[in-house]
Design a binder for this molecule. Structure first.
Ligand code: NDP
Length: 346
């Protein structure tokens, strides 16, 4: 039976700028009219949406330096997977599964005539390449892990690798990619259960809960010969500790700074020991996944093959229904996820 074309869509809208940790009351769920797709457009029903920490930065007045700030009254956006319900576009047919950036709503009418990062693309689905994994290890999160470790940090034989936020979407794939290449990997995360997950399930040589004392002491205990690569998901005290413990010539992939995202109003904490980068000849390089868009197919083929042979596993924390999305964001920022945090909209 052909699904009924909706005349409106529920959307999550920013009600007011959060102060510190967001609250559910900072968001509204509203119903907005939906028009039929015009030439070059498709109507999509979202099945999964991704929860991404950077949304918190975009919810800061001025946008925290990140492109496309979200202002009160506007609908949030972010990565999503959906099914094409109706197409007026070449290359898209009803039933196609598309990856795109119009999450935080049940339905969306999308332009297909441009090819910017995040514009809709049809993705193939099979036992390994499942819908939800296109938001995790086979999608933008996974590309972040792969490109950050291999291209930005330029992982080299023998490197000892430290990963913060190691039990999350990006971190858990970084750990597994490095372990699969034979590296000694140290992970940090926010609970004993996550620490056990890293050492017992993902193959990390050591892991610690960063709540259990100064990060620099925990890291020194875990990496007595120092570290050569630091994949930084957290910033703040973690970055400072990594600079302290890093061996000469070490590399830092500056992926994210989640410990600072609730303080983007100007009270962020930077590392006080940056001079060590000079003394030790370190390389610190920031990046966004979109800067490696041309590697997407290469990365997907590699990680899909690793998933098919069991070298990479993927954890998901899934909430249900659009009305659960604001709480899911709060929980993501508070560490309530293992692996990829998703909302299922089906
Ligand atoms: P995660 O799945 O890792 O979820 C976020 C995790 O951050 C939480 O589960 C929590 O885990 C941890 N966390 C929260 N607050 C703190 C804190 N104060 N100190 C230490 N850890 C904290 O999210 P993602 O994998 O999607 O993202 C990880 C990082 O990568 C983020 O910084 C994000 O912005 C960045 N990123 C960058 C991209 C890029 O293109 N450069 C693209 C995608 C993500 P715990 O229980 O361990 O505290």
């Amino acid at each position: 039976m052909t699904p009924r074309i909706p005349s409106s869509s529920r959307e999550v809208v920013l009600a007011r700028y959060p102060r510190g940790m967001p609250q559910v009351g900072d968001f509204d769920l509203v119903e907005r009219p939906l028009r039929a797709p015009r030439t070059g457009e498709i109507l999509v029903r979202n099945t999964y949406m991704s929860l991404d920490p950077v949304v918190r930065v975009r919810l800061t007045e001025g946008g925290g330096g990140y492109p496309s700030p979200i202002t009160p009254g506007s609908t949030l956006d972010g990565w999503a997977i959906g099914h094409v319900m109706e197409s007026s576009a070449v290359g898209f047919a009803a039933g196609d599964v598309v990856l795109q950036r119009f999450g935080w709503r049940d339905f969306a009418v999308l332009d297909t005539t441009t090819t910017n990062w995040g514009d809709p693309v049809v993705v193939p689905i099979d036992d390994v390449r499942t819908e939800s994994r296109y938001l995790g290890p086979l999608g933008p999160s996974g590309l972040t892990s792969w490109a950050g470790l291999l291209r930005v940090a330029a992982l080299a034989p023998g490197d000892v690798v430290f990963v913060s936020g190691a039990a999350g979407a990006v971190g858990s794939l970084v750990v597994q990619l490095a372990v699969a290449r034979g590296h000694q990997v140290i992970g940090s995360a926010g609970s004993a259960a996550k620490v056990a997950y890293l050492t017992e399930r993902l193959g990390a040589a050591a892991a610690f809960d960063y709540h259990d004392g100064p990060v620099v002491e925990r890291l020194r205990d875990s990496a007595p010969t120092g570290i050569d690569v630091y994949f930084d998901n957290v910033g703040g005290e973690h970055l400072e500790a990594a600079l302290d413990v890093m061996n000469p010539g070490g590399r830092v992939a500056l992926c994210g700074q989640i410990s600072q995202y609730n303080a983007m109003d100007g009270s962020q904490r930077g590392p006080s020991n940056l001079f060590l980068a000079t003394v030790k000849g370190l390389t610190l390089r920031g990046f966004l996944a979109r800067m490696f868009a041309s590697d997407l197919a290469t990365f997907q083929d590699e990680v899909a093959a690793m998933m098919a042979n069991g070298a990479v596993t993927s954890a998901e924390t899934v909430r249900h229904g659009l009305d659960a999305a604001p709480q899911a964001l709060v929980d993501l920022l508070g560490g309530g996820n293992v692996g990829k945090m998703l909302v299922c909209l089906d």
